[in-house]
Design a protein around this ligand. Structure first.
Ligand SMILES: [Zn+2]
Length: 505
């Protein structure tokens, strides 16, 4: 090992856990999405725009030897099975021990992973890594903007860096920043000191876009902090609201060069500003009926209604019928809905294209929020559910696979796309690959808040955010939280403004 050419281990466990979702995340879910080992990590990421790509680039640029060990990720969904977490963590720790010693460690994680009996997976993993490498080896932790940052994550790491954009277009830049700070620490050029402030606010999902208020103003303040002498890095985390854990909520984190008081005071000033803007962090979503009526009134359309409560990218199942039921009840015509329902697809396959079907669709994966809806219709199309989109969609995904898929036109003039699996609604090719023209439908619906916009808003004239019930509901106060911190805006209102001295390091 040499300080000039430091040798760094690269690993991580990546999950955004919706603890209200009934569908848990087992080892098979990680195996399906990707458990990458060794060079396969670089094969998948070196040319991408991920945190890991940023690590790789910094390593090349700075002459560090980066050794990829294990990286496991799964799509957002319910609680991680304890045995899955323990098996993955054990493999990571085994590799870390076997291939050491190390000059440093780089962790690429999301920061909102929850396992059964282990509410802070990210903090737990950082602690286990720290126990192997000892107190003198710097650990860099790069997190998603939706991280629920815990004191354990920050105490166990040397440098924590969080994305600054939503939609997330800077993961590689933050990975690079994190890796560079670790290399400089190994070389003795900097001495990072971190200060974390957990702000007693949960920002509504409809206020997360960083180009819009209040995040835009908060990030401008963050830029001012970053420009101060002695500051190495600074971050604001929006948090992930559907993890029922004590660290759920917003936070800010400042890394100074050897000056704990500077880090604390900068983090404290950011935290107070976040608190002062809490009035701009409440929901912009409308009641579902209102959103549908407003969209239908924009005829000839198409307009977009965003189904916040069944946000596939946020871990929801994708079969909610709340909007379909409302459209039928309100007598609105020409609504397009995509639902996960493999049994309904099979019924359509049996009827064949042009055949007539009578079905109860969707509404089965979480009976707390909706029920199947009876429809009668004609099968318009059948497909294997695979489609490709080479345009820059949210998250950059190109190849999609929703499993066997059908489209039906109902007798009350709605179009229902039935899929076998939930896929991020980030591409209009999902509709076009079935021969549907999204431009022709008065009201399009999509199961997400931010992820559908880049694609759908190419053809829609207006968007309406529907505050539908579900495990990703905008109205957090309706969900059965047990473990979140208290007091926390907007659950508790009227408690005192940010008190002095709340800063934690
Ligand atoms: Zn995120």
């Amino acid at each position: 090992m040499s300080r000039d050419q430091p040798r760094l281990a690269v690993l991580g466990l990546w999950h955004e856990t919706n603890t209200f979702c009934l569908q848990g995340t087992d080892l098979a879910a990680f195996e399906r999405e990707g458990i990458l080992r060794g060079e396969a990590i670089w094969d998948a990421h070196a040319s991408a725009h991920t945190t890991l790509a940023g690590f790789w680039r910094a390593g090349r640029r700075l002459g560090a030897e980066l050794v990829p060990l294990v990286h496991a990720s799964a799509v957002p969904s319910g609680m991680v099975a304890r045995d899955a977490f323990e098996m993955l963590a054990a493999e990571m720790i085994r590799q870390l021990r076997a291939l050491g010693p190390w000059d440093g460690v780089l962790l690429a994680q999301h920061g909102a992973a929850v396992a059964e009996g282990c509410p802070d997976v990210d903090g737990e993993l950082v602690e286990r890594v720290r126990a192997v490498v000892g107190p003198g080896v710097p650990i860099g932790l790069a997190l998603d903007l939706h991280a629920n940052v815990s004191a354990r994550m920050v105490e166990g790491s040397t440098v924590t860096v969080i994305y600054r954009t939503n939609p997330h277009v800077d993961p590689d830049l933050r990975g690079e920043e994190c890796a560079e700070l670790i290399v400089r620490t190994v070389r003795g050029e900097v001495r990072p000191v971190q200060a974390l402030c957990q702000v007693p606010v949960a920002i509504d999902i409809t206020r997360h876009a960083t180009a819009e208020s209040p995040m835009r103003e908060l990030l401008a303040s963050l830029d001012e902090v970053l420009a101060r002498p002695g500051i190495l890095s600074a971050s604001i985390a929006e948090g992930y609201p559907w993890s029922d854990v004590p660290e759920m909520g917003m936070s800010c984190l400042v890394v100074s060069d050897g000056d704990p008081a500077l880090a604390r005071s900068a983090a404290g000033s950011l935290a107070r500003e976040m608190w002062s803007r809490r009035g701009d962090m409440l929901t912009l979503a409308m009641p579902p009926d209102e959103a549908l009526l407003a969209a239908a009134a924009r005829a000839p359309g198409p307009s977009l209604v965003l189904d916040v409560g069944d946000n596939i990218g946020g871990g929801a199942p994708g079969d909610s019928t709340v909007l379909l039921e409302a459209a039928i009840r309100l007598g609105i015509q020409g609504v397009l809905v995509v639902l996960v329902d493999p049994n309904a697809v099979a019924a359509c396959e049996a009827a064949g294209v042009g055949g007539t079907v009578g079905l109860a669709v969707g509404g089965r994966l979480d009976p707390r929020f909706c029920a199947p809806v009876e429809v009668v219709g004609r099968v318009l199309a059948l497909s294997d559910g695979r489609y490709e989109d080479a345009s820059p969609t949210h998250g950059g995904q190109r190849f999609f696979d929703a499993g066997p898929t059908a489209a039906i036109a109902t007798t009350d003039e709605h179009t229902i796309v039935l899929t076998s699996r939930a896929v991020l609604p980030s591409s209009l090719e999902q509709l076009r690959s079935l021969g549907l023209r999204p431009e022709d439908h008065p009201v399009l619906t999509a199961k997400g808040v931010v992820s559908p916009r880049a694609a759908y808003e190419q053809v829609t004239r207006a968007s309406f955010v529907a505050d539908t019930a579900g495990v990703t509901a905008a109205q957090l106060t309706g969900l059965p939280y047990r473990f979140r911190r208290r007091p926390l805006f907007p659950f508790e209102l009227g408690f005192d403004a940010w008190p002095e001295g709340r800063e934690r390091t």
